[in-house]
Design a protein around this ligand. Structure first.
Ligand code: PMP
Length: 304
């Protein structure tokens, strides 16, 4: 990732990609304290636009607040920085990565005298879980690693260190030949994927875990809105692992994963064993929305 042309917004200015380095004594590298966002921009009929930019930036600021990190910039500046990075790199569709971290100003856990640094990078990134899987669906396995207890790590924050758990869960199941992990919370109820929220279709209703043990996903919010617009009942509650096995349909949501159907969980086919009809409908509506092909919610698109 480090050796390429382009520009990264680094502490208020656009810097050449290869010059955006940090010292080995960078605090966040040692302790995982930091927060980030995953944002997508799409090519729309009216030019490139970032989907729900303000909400991603708000979540980034909330993450920093939860971690006690003082943000040196306003939300407006960070919104503009993301648009600027797309322009500078001439990207018409992209994945954007804003990230907030402490520098190498000190090392003690007291975290005093540290400076908060902010970067925004962007690059082209296709379907996160494979283009063919957007129709066929993916094979998922429940991970032996539990999602964090809400009082051991802060799940409302999209915190860098939280992703040790995601990475362990994902790599465990990838090694066994599956596409993605399903994590359970510390009480055994389903939580989320390694970087996605999960939805089930049960007798024509949409069910998803409540937010105690998963990220407050922006794609999750979008899908809940679209489902309600379609007259679908949405239920946020605790869900057991075996309910997933007998669901009519299941899918993951995330900025990177978009709406990815799940065709199998723990070697049991889900529903028809490929993308179900409600999943297909919501997936198509979601993609039309982000690509500016739908007239609904124009306020969710920030044009470059
Ligand atoms: N859960 C986790 C752990 C994630 O990393 C992500 C990706 N940001 C999501 C859920 C989905 O969130 P969003 O829809 O905001 O991308």
């Amino acid at each position: 990732m480090a050796d390429r042309d382009g520009f990264i917004w680094y502490d208020g200015e656009l810097k050449p990609w290869r010059e955006c380095t940090t010292h080995v004594l960078t605090y966040s590298l040692h302790y995982g304290v930091g927060c980030f966002e995953g944002v997508r921009a799409y090519k729309t009929p009216k030019g490139t636009a970032i989907f729900r930019l303000q909400e991603h930036t708000r979540r980034l600021f909330n993450s920093a607040k939860i971690l006690g990190m003082k943000m040196p910039w306003s939300e407006d500046v960070l919104n503009e920085a993301q648009l600027e990075v797309l322009r500078a790199n001439k990207l018409d569709s992209a994945y954007l990565r804003p990230m907030v971290f402490y520098g190498a100003e000190g090392m003690g856990l007291r975290a005093d005298n540290l400076k908060t640094h902010v970067i925004v990078a962007a690059w082209t990134w296709g379907a996160y879980l494979g283009a063919e899987n957007m129709e066929r669906g993916i094979r998922v396995k429940t991970s032996s690693f539990n999602r964090h207890h809400p009082n051991a790590a802060t799940l409302r924050a999209k915190a860098n260190g939280n992703y040790i758990n995601s990475m362990m869960a994902l790599n465990e199941v990838l090694r066994d030949g599956y596409d993605e992990a399903l994590t359970l919370d510390t009480q055994g109820y389903i939580a989320e994927g390694s970087a996605e929220n999960i939805f089930l279709v049960i007798r024509g209703e949409l069910h998803t875990p409540d937010l105690t043990a998963c990220l407050d996903g922006i794609t999750r919010r979008t899908i809940i809105q679209l489902a309600e617009d379609n007259g679908l009942k949405v239920v946020e509650r605790r869900i057991t692992r075996d309910e997933v096995y007998v669901a009519d349909e299941a899918f993951f949501t995330g900025t990177a994963a978009e709406v990815t159907p799940i065709r199998e969980v723990d070697n049991r086919p889900i529903g028809i064993g490929s993308r179900g009809p409600i999943t297909e409908k919501l997936q198509k509506q979601y993609l039309a929305l982000v690509k500016g092909e739908s007239s609904a919610y124009p306020q969710w698109l920030s044009h470059v």
